[in-house]
Every structure is written in structure tokens, then in C-alpha cells.
Design a protein around this ligand. Structure first.
Ligand code: BGC
Length: 498
């Protein structure tokens, strides 16, 4: 078991470092100088890339409309579209009245987090909270289900043993846990669900097709830990619940980190595939779209296609592979390799280190884009560290342009996806989102740490909705809300009265 650290770094994204200067360099200046100094042979590759990645308003509109159409088809029947539109069984959101000690476990990337929170009801709200983060050894991401769950349960057990006086469990009660499991799960109830497939580079054997709560329960039993899973939630659902605890206008939650996904508040009578009597309060529930699997009409390049073909899940998660943190750096790397091969971007040979998949990471391309120094020294040193090459000014500028092209496409498409969800909600019941303040809770390292990406996302939302309507749509960063959200949902679904 690795030592636990109490850092708040992001699941599966190395914390974005080397953001050397917060000063914003106007893009136009960089773009103009790049044009004049590009080598002849790299220029056509860049131009083609920019053309293939272009997201004019017509493309954004198409994506937003197709997202709304796919949502409807996925609500109609399972398998009706790329979007799984998973029922979360979260029919009641936290009200603020929740009281007591609750735990949360968050598994969604290369780290998992454990958290406990003491809730004090309407007046005291969150009395105390404590969390720890543990990184998952890479070999466990492709090991067996038992190994992974044993590792997690052991971390949780150690954490539970450090419960101090601030946290109080009434005598005779079992500890309750909200389990955030950030992969596509077909929920069978609020506290059970079957893993459909792994994403984000996980390929653990023996979990797909199984109830992940049963996997965790068995592992907790092996550790001798007595804890009850009261709620199994996706990270988007946890984020929505966590944000809604403070703000009633939250209707949508998005994760833009290593992976990506969205959930939203839906009326049960807009879900034809939901059979049986409607037992929800107010006729609302949360639907987990699993929008990472969306693929309709995306502007893709040969680099995306090659990356997809060589991935561990070819043909799947195409939206995720175009807009999320796990992949943006890798797409840029592939463009660089092509430029090195066809345009001798780094001289006579292709740098060997650059040939390694995923050696250039999204935090690297983000840091390069923040470089506002005259000679783009940070770009030079990142390139040196990642690829072992020295670069001249012209090469560095070309690279910034590539990063910008890929981040711009990602951010704008993510914005179009958000508008697609809002559009669908508004079409079903007019005035529900566009006629009032509506909050989109957002979390994930990509959104948090990549200012240009954030800006492109917001631009696309404004372009699509226009100034008036977009003023009502508040995209709000809800940092690490999914952990607290899962604990709150454990409270809402507690077996004890609260
Ligand atoms: C998973 C989602 C998750 C998202 C963000 C995707 O790869 O399929 O379930 O919500 O990543 O973590």
C-alpha cells in the first residue's frame, strides 16, 4: 500500500505545472508571426490540421442539435443512440437537512480519493470534512478486478481507522458510504450497478458485466471493514448533487478532466424507457448521459483516427477522445511526429522519445500555451524534457499553434455539447432553462487549469445561444464537488432516519 497523501491534485491528470505567467498573450499576435516564419514544409500540415479541426458556427450547431437528438433516442430505448442515457436512480437531491457522518470513495482515474464529512443539517451544513488521495499503481489499471478493489478497500480501511473526535458515529450504527465510480455503469438501483466497459485507459479484467458495489463489498469484507454502500454514483452525478446542495439553480453537471461526461435533471415523463410507476419526488431524476461516447458530425482528423485505432477501445468514446484531458496532448504529439517525419521539424531524425504514445501530456501542451516569454523558453524546455530535442523559435511557434488548434476544437465542441443538453431541456419544457438563471456545475482538471480551453468553451456557448440567453447560463467551477456530493447522496439514501 502506498503512502497516502493529502494533496488535492486531479484524478488521472498530473497537476498542471509550469504555468509560468498568468499574463494572457493575444493569440492573433502569435498566429501572425508563426505564418511568416514557418518552414515551407510544415506549413501545409498545420494548415490542413486547422482546416480539419475547424469549428465554425455551422459545425457547433450541428453538434448541439445532434447531441439533443441522440439524448432523446437514448432515453427512448437502451442502445437507441451513442448516448447511454443511464438512469442514476437519484430521484431526490440533498436538501441541506442531512445530518451525521458519511464517507465517500471516488474512483475515476489514476488516483482514488476517500473522504468523510460530518453534516450538521440546515444551520450547520458541513461541520467538518477530511480527505486523502492515493495514486493507483499503473499495473493495477490493467490487472485483475480483485487486485484493484483490494487496493481500494485497503486504502479505505486505513482511512476509516483515523476517524477522530470531530467525526462522530452514533453508537450501534454502521458507517455509510457514497461510492463515486466514474465509468459507464448500468445502474440497477441507487446502490448497485453493472460496469458496461472501462474507459480512460483502464482495462482491468473481470469487472465488466459485474456489480461494482458487490466487488467493493467483497473487498471490504476481505479487509474486515464494516461499511455499507448507500449510493453508487457517477462523478457527474456526485458533482450535481454537491453543487445543488448550495445552489438550487444547478441543472447540469459536466466533468472535463482525464475523461468527460455530463448529467442533468430530467423529468421522468420524458424517459420512455423508464417503466413502472413513477415514485420520484416532483417527477424528476438525474440522467447520466455518458456523452463521451457521442460521435455524430465531429470534425476529426487523420491523427484522431490513428489514435483511436491504436487505443484500447477503438471506435468508442470518440467525443471523449476529441475533447478530454487524456487525449489532447497525445493528438498534438501525433501531429509533431508527422511534422518531424515529413517536414523535418526537429532536424534529420525523428526524436525517439516523441515516438512513445502519451509522452506529451495535456498539462504539457497547456503549459506551453501559457508561455508569454519572447523566446518561448518554456516551450523549449518542455520539448527538451519530453522529446529530448532543442528547438528554434519558429518550431516553438508552430507547436503553440498546434496546441491552440487542438485545445480550441476541444473547448468549442464541449461548449456545443453543453448547449445541446440545455436545448433538449428547453425544448421539452419552455422556460425551464433559458428563461431563468441556470447553473452548469463544472469540474475536472482540464477545465480548471486550461484557461484557453475554458475561454473557447464559453465562446462557443455564447455564439450558439446569443448574448441575451447566455447571460442566464452560468458555468460554475464546482471544485471536487463529486466527493461531497456522493457523501450527501449516501445521507439522502441512508438506511437510518435523518
Ligand atoms: C466515463 C464517465 C465519467 C467521465 C469523467 C468517462 O470516461 O465513461 O463515466 O463520468 O469519464 O470522469
Amino acid at each position: 500500500m502506498q503512502a497516502m497523501s493529502v494533496t488535492a491534485s486531479l484524478p488521472a491528470l498530473r497537476p498542471f505545472q509550469a504555468v509560468r505567467s498568468a499574463r494572457w498573450v493575444p493569440r492573433a499576435r502569435v498566429v501572425m508571426s508563426v505564418r511568416s516564419s514557418l518552414t515551407i514544409s510544415a506549413a501545409p500540415i498545420l494548415t490542413k490540421l486547422q482546416r480539419d479541426c475547424a469549428t465554425p458556427l455551422s459545425v457547433l450547431r450541428h453538434v448541439a442539435d445532434a447531441m439533443a437528438t441522440d439524448m432523446r433516442a437514448g432515453l427512448e430505448v437502451d442502445g437507441g443512440s451513442d448516448l447511454k442515457m443511464i438512469l442514476s436512480y437519484v430521484d431526490a437531491l440533498p436538501t441541506g437537512n442531512e445530518k451525521g457522518l458519511f464517507y465517500a470513495l471516488d474512483l475515476g482515474g489514476t488516483n482514488f480519493r476517500v473522504l468523510r464529512v460530518q453534516l450538521g443539517g440546515k444551520d450547520e451544513r458541513v461541520i467538518a470534512t477530511e480527505f486523502e488521495q492515493v495514486s493507483i499503481p499503473p499495473e493495477l489499471m490493467s490487472g485483475t478486478s480483485e487486485e484493484l478493489f483490494d487496493f481500494i478497500a485497503s486504502g479505505l480501511t486505513q482511512f476509516a481507522q483515523t476517524e477522530t473526535g470531530k467525526f462522530h458515529l452514533p453508537q450501534g450504527r454502521t458507517r455509510e458510504l457514497g461510492f463515486t465510480f466514474s465509468f459507464p455503469v448500468k445502474q440497477t438501483s441507487i446502490d448497485s450497478g453493472i460496469l458496461m466497459n472501462w474507459t480512460k485507459g483502464f482495462s482491468v479484467s473481470g469487472t465488466a458485466g459485474k456489480d461494482v458495489v458487490a466487488c467493493l463489498n467483497e473487498a471490504m469484507k476481505r479487509q474486515g471493514l464494516n461499511m455499507r454502500v448507500s449510493a453508487l454514483v457517477n462523478d457527474t452525478v456526485g458533482t450535481l448533487a454537491g453543487a445543488r446542495y448550495w445552489d438550487d439553480d444547478v441543472m447540469v453537471a459536466i466533468i472535463l478532466g482525464t475523461g468527460t461526461n455530463a448529467c442533468y435533471v430530467e423529468s421522468v415523463n420524458a424517459i420512455p424507457k423508464l417503466q413502472g410507476p413513477n415514485t420520484t419526488i416532483g417527477g424528476k431524476t438525474i440522467v447520466n448521459t455518458e456523452w463521451g461516447a457521442f460521435s455524430n458530425g465531429l470534425p476529426l482528423t487523420e491523427f484522431d483516427r490513428e489514435m483511436d485505432a491504436q487505443s484500447i477501445n477503438p471506435g468508442e468514446q470518440i467525443f471523449e477522445k476529441t475533447i478530454s484531458g487524456m487525449y489532447l496532448g497525445e493528438i498534438v504529439r501525433r501531429v509533431l511526429v508527422r511534422m518531424a517525419e515529413d517536414a523535418r521539424l526537429f532536424g534529420d531524425s525523428v526524436p525517439e522519445k516523441l515516438l512513445m504514445p502519451f509522452s506529451l501530456r495535456t498539462p504539457d501542451i497547456c503549459a506551453m500555451q501559457q508561455d508569454s516569454s519572447k523566446d518561448f523558453e518554456a516551450v523549449g524546455s518542455i520539448l527538451y524534457n519530453v522529446a529530448g530535442v532543442n528547438s528554434n523559435l519558429s518550431t516553438r511557434k508552430t507547436i503553440i499553434d498546434i496546441c491552440d488548434t487542438i485545445a480550441k476544437r476541444g473547448g468549442r465542441l464541449a461548449g456545443a455539447g453543453i448547449v445541446g443538453i440545455l436545448q433538449k431541456m428547453e425544448e421539452d419544457s419552455q422556460g425551464i432553462v433559458f428563461g431563468k438563471r441556470t447553473v452548469v456545475a463544472m469540474d475536472g482538471g482540464l477545465y480548471e487549469h486550461y484557461p484557453q480551453y475554458r475561454m473557447y468553451l464559453q465562446d462557443a456557448v455564447t455564439e450558439l445561444l446569443g448574448d441575451e440567453i447566455s447571460k442566464n447560463i452560468i458555468i460554475e467551477h464546482s471544485k471536487d464537488g463529486s466527493g461531497i456530493g456522493a457523501a450527501l447522496l449516501a445521507a439522502t439514501n441512508s438506511m437510518y432516519e435523518h
